[in-house]
Design a protein around this ligand. Structure first.
Ligand code: UDX
Length: 454
């Protein structure tokens, strides 16, 4: 099928490259010429394991351009995946989405096109995009004949760092539209994934237990709500683990064992119960906020979602309190933070716990040193005022440190020869912000091991 993807961020690029890999003919549009040049040269502007390889495999079916006229006319499906940054009041800034929808409408031609909104937008935005498309299309003097279109929602569930795996081998695909023909087109588009008929890439093998991928085909509003409800549930699952984790610390229980004991109940499930400094990233914070805002428009409160957010914010402060309880005075202390990205295998810094913890420590007069195997340079560029506190070496983090906090559980940190660094520290306090290190082993090596749960 002929596919067009507008926007080459995490979601747009993964969608475009994956669909091209599956055999569809894909044009990716981005207004940023430098990004397009980079992609044409076979390099991805984002850090995502396997993406360069998939890009190379999909290249014969992929075209990158800055021009809507090269991608939209004749497309069976147009995905709009432009950024929707938060405005100062917390609501998403929909300017880019509006501009993209208008440009799409200006270029629709000679076929039935499903316009799928992949940008993170408030529930109800499908109708809004539909209205913009219809208005812009109606204003065209050169309206081509036989041109029809409809809007659909196709929420994204991919995790950064696992984007290719999550796209090719998803737990489910959700499509929503009030137009039955759109649902048929999307069903067709995703057939290779639903039936798992494609040859899996060597770097992302097919899971052994995967069968046919369930397709949830529904109305527009339900599909939009599924996205928010899923992300909020995952966020509150983590916050629940963190809330229980704090109580575990107080009563002398081990949160890792408790989480395992809870998660083996199949009604609960063991994933997303990892306690620690809490969640970050581009989705959970934004989506839980958007749910609360949408509900408020209907005069409805969402106390559970609100509590999940509050607990998450509290976890970041607890990391600092744990250090203060131990060191008594934070002023002048050198604290090393291992990990800046919001999670391993990404260079994404959005809503990263590390950034909040660093700022809280700096506000209390501590001297902070941050390290990240991949995201350090991006952090320097995005947070220039904190750039002087970034260290490229682990020695720079541990040397004379009064404490070190493991904030992001990069494999490099888990596999570290921890015995080499303990001697560099002024006081060997180690706060395991993710509950991933072995308490006894760290103590044996000479660290004073602290977990988030006390
Ligand atoms: C999330 C959703 O998982 C995905 O379905 C959606 O499309 C986008 O948002 P992502 O933000 O890429 O994906 O990362 P995810 O792996 O979900 O982790 C989010 C945050 O939760 C990270 O900061 C991670 O460290 C944290 N986390 C995750 C925990 O603290 N504990 C856990 O048990 C799992």
């Amino acid at each position: 099928m002929k596919v067009c993807v507008v926007g080459t961020g995490y979601v747009g690029l993964t969608t475009g490259v994956s669909l091209a890999f599956l055999g569809h003919e894909v044009t990716c549009i981005d207004l940023d010429q430098s990004k397009v040049d980079m992609l044409r040269a076979g390099h991805t502007p984002i850090y995502e394991p396997g993406m360069d390889e998939l890009l190379a495999e999909a290249a014969p079916n992929l075209h990158f351009t800055t021009s809507y006229t090269e991608g939209v006319p004749g497309a069976d499906v147009v995905f709009v995946a432009v950024q929707t940054p938060s405005s100062s009041d917390g609501s998403p800034d929909l300017r880019y989405l509006r501009a993209a929808a208008e440009s799409v409408a200006q270029n629709l031609a000679h076929t039935f096109t499903v316009v799928v909104n992949k940008s993170t937008v408030p529930i109800g935005s499908g109708n809004w995009v539909d209205a913009i498309l219809r208005e812009s299309f109606a204003q065209r003097e050169d309206r081509p004949e036989n041109t029809e279109f409809a809007v659909a929602s196709n929420p994204e569930f991919l995790r950064e760092g696992n984007a290719i795996h999550d796209t090719l081998f998803p737990d489910r695909i959700v499509i929503g539209s009030d137009n039955p023909r759109s649902l048929e087109v999307l069903n067709q588009l995703y057939r290779p994934i639903i039936n798992q008929t494609f040859t899996a890439p060597s770097f992302s093998p097919r899971p052994e237990d995967i069968g046919a991928v369930p397709l949830v085909s529904t109305d527009l509003a339900s599909a939009e709500l599924i996205k928010y409800a899923a992300n909020a549930f995952l966020a509150l699952k983590i916050s629940y683990a963190n809330e229980i984790g704090q109580l575990a610390g107080k009563v002398g229980a081990d949160i890792t064992e408790v989480a395992r004991g809870i998660g083996l109940d199949q009604r609960i499930g063991s994933r997303f119960l990892q306690a620690g400094v809490g969640w970050g990233g581009s989705c959970f914070g934004k989506d839980t906020a958007a749910l609360i805002t949408t509900a408020a428009e209907y005069n409805y409160e969402m106390p559970i979602v609100r509590a999940a957010r509050d607990v998450n914010t509290r976890q970041r402060a607890i990391a600092v309190e744990r250090l203060q309880d131990e060191l008594r005075i934070l002023k002048g202390r050198k604290i090393g933070l291992l990990g800046i990205a919001f999670k391993p295998n990404t260079d994404d810094l959005r809503d990263s716990p590390s950034l909040d913890i660093a700022n809280l420590l700096i506000a209390r007069g501590a001297r902070v040193r941050l390290h990240d195997p991949i995201a350090a340079n991006r952090f320097r560029a995005e947070q220039p005022e904190l750039a002087p506190f970034v260290s490229d070496t682990l020695d720079g983090v541990f040397e004379d440190a009064d404490a070190v906090v493991l904030v992001t559980e990069w494999a490099q940190y888990l596999e570290l020869d921890w015995s080499k660094f303990v001697g560099l520290m002024r006081t060997p306090i180690l706060l395991d912000g993710r509950h991933v290190l072995d308490n006894d082993r760290m103590n044996r090596l000479g660290y004073r091991y602290l977990s988030m749960a006390g």
